[in-house]
Write a protein that binds this ligand. Structure first.
Ligand code: ADP
Ligand code: MG
Length: 386
C-alpha cells in the first residue's frame, strides 16, 4: 500500500464516496453563503445564498458562464475571500473565520506559476522542504507523486523544457504532495489547446481516483464537467440552478438556462389537451402532438418541454403509437462527420435541431425542403419550470 492509499484509507474516503455509501460528514459545506463586492460605489452580488455539500472523495464541478461566481465560490472555500454572510465548513468544522493556510485544502490555478529556475523535483519538493519534512520522507513522497502524475524520469527538467500539459501536472503534483484533504482547481486546463485539454481531463480523473481525495473543479466548459464529474453544480448569475450528476443534468435540466447551457437543446411550449394514465398530450400547431410524463398535469396547462437533438427521429410519414409526432420542413442539413445536424422548422413556426448519427453508408434520410415528421419517445420529453 502506498502512503497515499494509506492516507485515503485512514480518512475513509474515496471508495466509500463512490459506492454511494458516503461518510456522514461532508468534505465541504456551504451554508447560505453570499458574497457582495463593492465596486465603484456599486454592490456586485457575486454569489447569492449558495447551499451545497460535497462528499469526501467526490469529483465535484462548479460549471457556469464567465462571471457567474465560480471563482468567488472557490476562493471562499479556500479562505482567500470572506463570505458576506453564511457559513463554510470543512470536514464538519466551521472555517468561516479561518485563514487559508490553516485550512486543509490546496488550490491550483490556471496560471500554475511554477518556479522557473527550479527543476521538476525541486518544484514539487518545495513545500515539504519548507515544512522541514525529513529528507528521506521528501524523497519518498515526491517520487511517489511524480509517478502518479506520470512524470517519472523528468525530475531534472526545468518548466520551460516541458509542454503545457506536463507543467500542469507538475503543478498538480506540487499541490498533492502536501496531502491536502481537498484540492480546488480553478479552470486549470484553460491555457491548453483542445486536444491536450481532453487528454488532461482523463488524466485528472485518473489521478483523482488514484489519490482518492475530494476535487472541486471550476470550469465554463460543459463537456469538461460532464466528462470528469461525479456531480455538477450549474451556476448562473451567482445562483446554483441545478445540482446533480452529469446524466441528470443533461437528461433532465431543471431550468431553461441549464437546458441551453449544457449541450444543444430544443425548447418547445404548448398546451395540454388531454391526459391519460401518466401521459399528457401537448398540442403543437394544427397536427403536432408531444407526449410528456403528465402525472401532475391538467388539461389547459401550458408546459415547456426540452428534448435533446439526438433523441429525435426524422420520418417521412406520420408515426403511429405512443410517441411525439410533429410535422415540419427541413430548413438546413449540416454534415458534421460523425453525425448530421438538421434544422427543422415546425408548422407551428418553432425551429428544432435534430442530430442523426452517421451509422451506415446511407446519406441523410431527409434533404433541405423536405416535409418530414419528427418523432421521439415520451420519456425524452422533459418538462421544465422556468
Ligand atoms: P467566474 O469565476 O464565474 O467567472 P467570478 O467569481 O470571478 O466569476 O465573478 C463573479 C462576479 O463578481 C463578476 O461580476 C465579477 O465581476 C465580480 N467580482 C469578482 N471579484 C471581484 C472583486 N474583487 N471586486 C469586485 N467585483 C468582483
Ligand atoms: Mg473564474
Amino acid at each position: 500500500m502506498t502512503d497515499i492509499q494509506a492516507g485515503e484509507a485512514a480518512a475513509g474516503t474515496a471508495a466509500a464516496g463512490r459506492s454511494g455509501d458516503r461518510p456522514e460528514v461532508p468534505a465541504i459545506e456551504l451554508d447560505a453563503v453570499s458574497k457582495e463586492y463593492l465596486s465603484h460605489g456599486e454592490t456586485v452580488r457575486a454569489v447569492k445564498d449558495v447551499t451545497l455539500s460535497i462528499a469526501e472523495g467526490e469529483f465535484f464541478s462548479l460549471l457556469g458562464p464567465s462571471g457567474c461566481g465560480k471563482t468567488t465560490t472557490m476562493r471562499m472555500i479556500a479562505g482567500f475571500e470572506e463570505p458576506s454572510s453564511g457559513t463554510v465548513r470543512l470536514h464538519g468544522r466551521d472555517v468561516t473565520d479561518v485563514p487559508p493556510n490553516k485550512r486543509d485544502v490546496n488550490m491550483v490555478f490556471q496560471s500554475y506559476a511554477l518556479f522557473p529556475h527550479m527543476n521538476v523535483w525541486d518544484n514539487v519538493a518545495f513545500g515539504l522542504k519548507r515544512k522541514k519534512v525529513p529528507d528521506a520522507e521528501i524523497k519518498r513522497r515526491v517520487g511517489e507523486m511524480l509517478e502518479i502524475v506520470d512524470l517519472k524520469g523528468r525530475e531534472k527538467r526545468r518548466p520551460r523544457e516541458m509542454s503545457g500539459g506536463q507543467q500542469q501536472r507538475v503543478a498538480l503534483a506540487r499541490a498533492l504532495v502536501n496531502r491536502p484533504r481537498a484540492l480546488l482547481l480553478d479552470e486549470p486546463l484553460g491555457a491548453l489547446d483542445l486536444k491536450l485539454r481532453q487528454q488532461m481531463q482523463i488524466e485528472l480523473k485518473r489521478i483523482q481516483r488514484d489519490v482518492g481525495i475530494t476535487f472541486v473543479y471550476v470550469t465554463h466548459d460543459q463537456s469538461e464537467a460532464l466528462t470528469m464529474s461525479d456531480r455538477i453544480a450549474v451556476m448562473n448569475d451567482g445562483v446554483v440552478e441545478q445540482l446533480a450528476d452529469p446524466r441528470e443534468i443533461y437528461e433532465r435540466p431543471a431550468s431553461a438556462f441549464v437546458a441551453g447551457f449544457i449541450g444543444t437543446s430544443n425548447l418547445i411550449s404548448g398546451e395540454v389537451v388531454a391526459t391519460s394514465g401518466d401521459l399528457a398530450t401537448v398540442r403543437l400547431g394544427e397536427r403536432g402532438r408531444v407526449l410528456v410524463n403528465g402525472a401532475s398535469r391538467r388539461q389547459g396547462d401550458t408546459v415547456r418541454i426540452t428534448v435533446r437533438p439526438e433523441k429525435i427521429k426524422i420520418l417521412l410519414g406520420e408515426p403511429d403509437g405512443q410517441v411525439s409526432a410533429v410535422p415540419g420542413t427541413v430548413s438546413e442539413v449540416v454534415y458534421l462527420g460523425t453525425y448530421n445536424s438538421y434544422a427543422v422548422t415546425l408548422d407551428s413556426g418553432a425551429e428544432v435541431t435534430v442530430f442523426e448519427q452517421n451509422a451506415n453508408d446511407s446519406t441523410s434520410t431527409a434533404e433541405r425542403g423536405d416535409s418530414v415528421w419528427l418523432s421521439w419517445q415520451p420519456h425524452h420529453s422533459y418538462a421544465i419550470g422556468s
